[in-house]
Design a protein around this ligand. Structure first.
Ligand code: PHE
Ligand code: ZN
Length: 851
């Protein structure tokens, strides 16, 4: 018998909490199988609630040992999701609830609540993990100051806020916070220490806590933290507000990192970095995630979300802030391109399938399933559009008002939009649709030229998404520049505001027919539908002054070439290759930009774009075309690639600085192509000589891609078998770069490897998650790839539903493919759905994908 379908929660059903909390005091008596949690919570009826009634507290999997109201024991019998104290047992005004519960952190494989990792205790409470620690109104609109005492023999004991005593057994957090920001850590850890003085003179102790032996890999994260603190003071006038800021690295973690007040907890892969073990991409990501979690202190913690439907209020904004920061630290042009590639790969894919949902969803079954690219990355795009529409000054005024007005509050998207309206006088009623309507708008363009006036007609259309058959127009800011035939600027960038389904914009008094550069900087998260010639794309790749559109022209050129190869068996023409050669030779261009511009659209991207054009994508054909084009590029571009490979070599000791990283990226992009013409000779040499992980892994990737990486992979394993983070790379890279016909067998073989510790989320993702990244391998026509992934999801689900459910998105594109693949994928989804005891997380995901 299966349980009744879990109930959906609706935004429209929100009601304020019946009781507010004035203070929380917790004592933890830590024990792996029998931890006692003593809580004292001071409640008072919410004046905003007409009739507070019963006291309902959330609680899951807790053994209640004792409970009392104002010191008098109450007989309370918990149900599966909490406990209710009837109004009749409450005094009427304020009162104190005390309880003692027992939990077993060692048995906690879901990694939510209090759990153990390598002998260390740690917590993860967002979104609803606190209810697995004690009984409490576990909702973000209940904010309270916390005081925490930890009893344990372990040397390091930490919670949120400032330590009360020298031994750190007691912590006090004066800033009212929701329970999802609670954290506790206890273990035997060592610190990399530093200090930061805020601009008003507060001296803050900074510590990054890691396992003994890892302390030499913290310096980069610490520097990134200090840069983040300084940047938030300079750009947003936000200062840190405690005397200490602790970061803890943990090996078992479902997500990237968590912004608990004063005690951030990180997946160790986003903290630990040394040149020999971390790639340039790792360094960049660490800097961004350190910044992201730190920025949450104001956007998320001081101002939090009223309910989980408002998740993008903190996540979209904080992603936007970390993108701004990374742009300032590195290159805005390169960062923008990377962000758009990521948006297209993850969010456009999501928006185009059965899992599409608005940035502010209207309902959910399991909130863990809504930490998505839409809430995060599309949410950030919405803020970027607001920024563009109101300008830097307007944005700054709105943000100042936001912090002023809402500090200490739990807010909504309405509150957020209202500060923009109040600060700038702009009406954002239509803009709000962006938060409520799912799907990626298509933007079609028609042009007219009458000899002096150039007219652009823009038309928007958003395809239906689950539950939203009809769409209404959204306001789309379209940045446009006009170029002359000789590559000069006829008109500088202007922002056209498309608000209707269709609108025309005229540019008058032009001396010649312009070449338009549309959607500069990717000014809106839309799909631009504009057919163009290879010659025009090559012209823009050579001449566009907007770096994003310059990149985009090359990308579109490559996409058109690949499309022709796949659909008509066309041969790659010279336009694309010649344009690439010119681009690569342009020493005025940032090497990081050139590396990106040399890349091809991913296989999944191609599948999406073919499907969009009404074709049935065949992953094998896409892979073959991409391989063939790669070989053509190698053959045609060999001289310039060879020169770059030599010129981009970095002398001296490794530096993760952006310039050096960009040179390495270009050099390795050249190497990958050159491997196709030198049988991997250069890659073999680099693999042997490399003194840093970027080049070692880059060389290994080049060898694996040409099917000549076996010896190097074995050597890599011997060298790095003792390093868990590097070993994750070893697992993932081999699978992702395997020839399609070998990918499933290789994945299966690696699941039998002694180091495949599938209970560790990073390792599970490195192996099982790498197969879907090998699109043609995963989509093997036999269905063996689908079966393997589904088998493992079924196995992980009862232990760790959150991670298992997230990875089920491997199947979310099933309706894109031909009838055979569709039937095979559907069968796997149904097999998952029919599994006994399926988690609420997984049940919701497969249900959405199937229905
Ligand atoms: N709030 C975290 C972040 O975005 C992500 C997270 C969500 C981590 C849920 C753990 C659990 O920074
Ligand atoms: Zn976040």
């Amino acid at each position: 018998m299966k349980d009744a379908a879990p109930q959906a929660i609706h935004l429209s059903a929100y009601t304020p909490p019946a009781y507010l909390v004035d203070s929380v005091a917790l004592t933890f008596r830590l024990h792996p199988t029998a931890t006692r949690v003593l809580s004292t919570v001071r409640f008072r009826p919410n004046p905003a609630h007409p009739e507070p009634g019963d006291l309902r507290l959330d609680g899951e999997g807790l053994m209640l040992m004792a409970a009392a109201i104002d010191g008098a024991p109450v007989a309370a019998t918990p149900d599966a999701s909490g406990v209710t104290i009837p109004a009749g047992l409450l005094p009427g005004g304020a009162f104190e609830w005390t309880a003692e519960v027992e939990i077993a952190p060692q048995a906690n494989t879901a990694l939510e609540g209090l759990y153990m990792s390598n002998g260390m205790y740690c917590t993860q409470c967002e979104a609803e993990g606190f209810r697995k620690i004690t009984f409490y109104p576990d909702r973000p609109d209940v904010m309270a100051p916390f005081r925490v005492r930890i009893e344990s023999d372990l040397p390091l004991l930490m919670s949120n806020g400032n330590p009360v005593d020298a031994g750190w057994a007691e912590w006090d957090d004066p800033h009212p916070k929701p329970s999802y920001l609670f954290a506790l850590v206890a273990g035997d850890l060592v610190a990399h220490r530093d200090r930061f003085t805020t601009r008003s003179g507060r001296d803050v102790a900074l510590n990054i806590w890691v396992r003994p032996g890892d302390e030499g890999r913290c310096a980069f994260a610490m520097e990134a933290l200090k840069r983040s603190m300084h940047w938030d003071e300079e750009v947003y006038a936000r200062e840190y507000d405690l005397d200490i800021f602790n970061i803890v690295a943990v090996d078992d973690f479902n997500m990237g990192a968590m912004e608990n007040k004063g005690l951030n907890i990180f997946n160790s892969k986003f903290v630990l970095a040394a040149p020999e073990t971390a790639t340039d991409a790792d360094f960049e990501r660490i800097e961004a995630i350190i910044a992201h979690e730190y920025f949450h202190n104001w956007t998320g913690n001081r101002i939090t979300c009223r309910d989980w439907f408002q998740l993008s209020l903190k996540e979209g904004l904080t992603v936007f802030r970390d993108q701004q920061f990374s742009g300032d630290m590195r290159s805005h042009a390169v960062k923008r391109i990377e962000d758009v590639l990521n948006l297209r790969a993850r969010q456009f894919r999501e928006d185009d399938g059965p899992l599409a949902h608005p940035v502010r969803p209207a309902s959910y079954v399991e909130i863990n399933n809504f930490y998505t690219a839409t809430v995060y990355e599309k949410g950030a795009e919405l803020i970027r559009m607001l920024h563009l529409l109101v300008g830097s000054e307007g944005y700054k005024a709105a943000l100042d008002l936001y912090f002023d007005r809402h500090d200490g509050q739990a807010c909504t998207i309405e509150d957020w939009l209202r500060v923009f309206e109040d600060a700038t006088g702009r009406d954002l009623a239509q803009f709000k649709r962006w938060y409520e309507q799912a799907g990626t708008p298509r933007l079609a363009v028609a042009e007219d030229w009458d000899g002096t006036t150039y007219t652009l007609t823009l038309r928007q259309h958003t395809p239906p998404t689950p539950g939203q058959p009809e769409k209404t127009p959204v306001p789309i800011p379209v940045s446009v520049g006009l170029l002359s035939q000789d590559g000069g600027e006829l008109r500088a960038t202007t922002v056209l505001e498309l608000t209707a389904a269709e609108q025309s914009f005229a540019f008058e008094g032009l001396p010649q027919r312009p070449i338009p550069s549309i959607l500069r900087g990717f000014s809106a998260p839309v799909i631009l539908e504009r057919a163009s010639t290879a010659a025009e794309r090559a012209f823009l790749l050579a001449h566009d002054t907007d770096p994003f559109n310059k990149f985009e022209a090359g990308r579109a050129l490559a996409r058109d070439v690949l499309t022709g190869m796949i659909t008509d068996g066309a041969a790659p023409g010279p336009d694309h290759l010649d344009a690439l050669a010119r681009m690569l030779r342009d020493d005025g261009l940032d090497p990081a930009f050139r590396a990106l511009a040399l890349g091809l659209p991913s296989e999944d991207n191609m599948a999406q774009s073919l499907h969009d054009a009404g074709a049935e994508p065949d992953p094998a054909a896409i892979h073959a075309a991409r391989e063939r084009l790669t070989r053509e590029m190698a053959a045609h571009l060999e001289p310039v690639l060879d020169a770059l490979y030599t010129d981009m070599a970095q002398p001296g000791p490794f530096s993760p600085a952006p310039r050096a990283a960009g040179c390495r990226a270009l050099r390795l992009a050249a190497l990958r192509l050159l491997a196709r013409v030198d049988d991997g000779a250069r890659a073999e040499r680099l693999f042997g000589e490399a003194d840093n992980m970027t080049e070692q892994l880059g060389a290994l990737a080049a060898l694996l891609e040409i099917g000549a990486g076996e010896a190097a992979a074995a050597a890599f394993y011997r060298q790095w078998r003792g390093d868990r983070l590097v070993l994750d790379k070893w697992f993932a890279l081999q699978i992702a770069r395997a020839a399609p016909e070998r990918a499933v067998a290789l994945t299966r073989a690696l699941t039998g490897h002694a180091d495949f510790d599938w209970r560790n989320p990073n390792r599970f993702r490195a192996v099982i998650g790498a197969l879907p990244a090998n699109a043609a391998g995963f989509h093997d026509p036999s269905g063996s790839g689908y079966r393997l992934v589904a088998d493992w999801l079924i196995r992980l689900d009862p232990l760790n539903p959150q991670t298992a459910a997230r990875m089920s998105t491997a199947f979310d594109t099933w309706r894109r493919y031909g009838p055979q693949r569709q039937a095979l994928m559907r069968a796997e989804l149904e097999r998952i759905r029919a599994t006994d005891g399926l988690s609420r997380d997984m049940g919701e995901m497969v249900g959405r994908m199937l229905d």
